[in-house]
Design a protein around this ligand. Sequence first.
Ligand SMILES: [Zn+2]
Length: 403
Amino acid sequence: MTSTLITGIGQLVVDASRPPLHDAALVVDDGRVAWYGPRSGAPASDDVVDIADRCIIPGFVDSHSHLVFAGDRSAEFEARMSGESYTAGGIRSTVSATRAATDEELTRHVQRLVQEMRRQGTTTVEIKSGYGLTVEDEARSLRIARQFTPDTTFLGAHVVPGETDPAEYVALVTGAMLRAAAPHATWIDAFCERGAFDADQARTVLEAGRAVGLKGRLHANQLTQGPGVQLACELGLVAVDHCTFLSDPDVDALAQTGTIATLLPGVEFSTRQPWPDARRLLDAGVTVALASDCNPGSCFTTSLPFCIALAVRDMGMTPAEALWAATAGGARALGRDDGGTLDVGAPADFIVLDAPSFVHLAYRPGVPLVAQTWVQGHRVHDATSARDTTTSNAQTPRGTHHG
Ligand SMILES: [Zn+2]
């Protein structure tokens, strides 16, 4: 293995809960962080990359996405933004299109979205099923997702499809569908909400998943102050996602059990719903993660920089809290202790920002600041080299590649 010294780091965020370092360097060896510290003290390495006083932060860990789907629902979004009321027909159109797509079409679509995520700095992603809703279509959705991440989540309990009787459908999800899905899944999830699955049904689904070795997570309290957060805390789940409508006992339960509240502000943005109150959760001692919830209906963004900007402007998070939530917070929400930081020994998953400070993620909303994305010590995205082909040498940042 060759070691790589990344130097000329104007600001280095090792862990967003700690103050950043300035004029720093980082050594990557065998896919992991081998050393970091002041630039002047860097050890010799096989290769050297100078990033010209830009900023390095840990890669984003997107712990909640629904990338396996087909079809387009922009017309539904346009209608919603034009004042027409939301109708539940949308998700059925995605289910029909997903069932009709070939494996190759679905795989290509997931690949395109994962590449889109990498261009925006996401280095780890969780991917759910949930638009197949038959034994075969849920299993193949997970099989396809598994090609892109070990963090695949079986979400047969997304909605009750079409004309099916809810009790019969829960029996299917916890029976034949679970048996077909489990070999391709790490997690099991359910949408606990009025109009989807109630607390008893969600509990049945989560317990059935656990019985075959899957770990539980839950969609809860997105639209109403329902029972989902209490259920997640009672079952000791790693994370419960959405948490938009919370009672005081819900907040207390999250703080006491340590179940992570994963907030998904792209959904509130795209549906004009009230923002989740991150400040209330943080002040109560709850661990907060941020994720995209990328899906074709309620939030079709892959951008964690966008979610960070929303969390800072509208949810009471400081820029450092929001960055932590989208990095180490996301990693913890996936049960990973060594993700989302650049401590020695951690995976060398990081982002070179075209900015002097990580604060620019929220300060410059909508601007593509991710210059490079590195996963396990390999550069998987480089905006600079793409741009080099269309701009003059005079505009190329100095000293981008040495050695
Ligand atoms: Zn979701």
